[in-house]
Design a protein around this ligand. Sequence first.
Ligand code: KG4
Ligand code: ZN
Length: 346
Amino acid sequence: MFTIMSLKILGIESSCDDTSAAVLEDTMMCSNVINTQKIHEKYGGVVPELASRAHQQNIVLVVKEALEQSGYKLEEIDLIAFTKGPGLLGSLMVGTSFAKGLSLSTGKPLVGVNHLHGHLLAHMLRKKGEEPFKAKFPYLCLLVSGGHTQIVLVKDYLDFEIIGKTIDDAAGEAFDKCAKVLGLPYPGGPVIDKLAQVGDAQAFDFNKPKIKDLDFSFSGLKTSFLYTIRDNLKHNPSFIEVNRDDLAASLQRTIIEILLEKLIKAVKLTGVREIVISGGVSANSGLRQGLTDLAQKESWNIHLPGLQYTTDNAAMIGLVGHFMYLSGKLCDLDVLPQARLNFTDF
Ligand code: KG4
Ligand code: ZN
């Protein structure tokens, strides 16, 4: 009698300011360790040089911890999957070099994963022992992070098409930049989310973009937000302090409306009613509630990733690695990290 052995995957993620490592048995997660670098908080944004240094400092410990938590030894791992791009080059180089070194010293095969591909599948992550997720294709993924805002039509694990994208800022950038105007710490998204829960979302109106098709724009909203504050501060120096919660709630409402209006359009155009959100902004409580309400009204089937999988993590990289390995998409030891990586390149 044959026993089908599971594929043990070590995932490594270092594209921005999270150093992460995870171990998966096929698609099921045995560990997922994330070290979010705190050093950037005082600078109001990610400082690339400091990010690569912190990755260098963290990566060995994070990988060791992920292996320990999983109960597997390095010798038992069958595949190493790492983030090849897109992201900060210095940060990507740390994860890439580490993965290549491991592959060279152990002889294990290597897979270079597109970070955004990880976000597309992140909602499928389940811990070992939980009920596995049953994927249904095609689905629409609203990918909203600090660097990206896209609507992707996902036809299969390795087959997808970007059908809408931002022409300027990402949704997360809009949250972060407007939060900075309010004097809030970085990253601003989670702080705005918290303030918005007690603010009046109808208190202020900000300009919404008129962009054709399924594309997004957030730079006009940022300017409109800035001008509202600048004009009001002229008459009332404590305008921000007095209105902080209402400004946060109104900003959040506007961003959510922009995102959901395009999603409605995407469903109309494609006829696809299976909806997923992912990326850091998909942790936003207003967006999750707004999408849940909309799904009920429009009879959509939605999948919200667990909060721990909305942000950057290595488990989603390992998951993609699993499907790439099954399709024979391995890479050689001369693979290079790519700060700009075409989404559909493997
Ligand atoms: O996906 P992510 O962790 O990193 C990349 O950009 O790839 O996303 C980070 C972004 C930041 O802009 C952060 O402000 C935003 O996600 N974010 C949120 C929330 N949590 C994180 N934005 C709004 N509401 C949140 N709860
Ligand atoms: Zn990301």
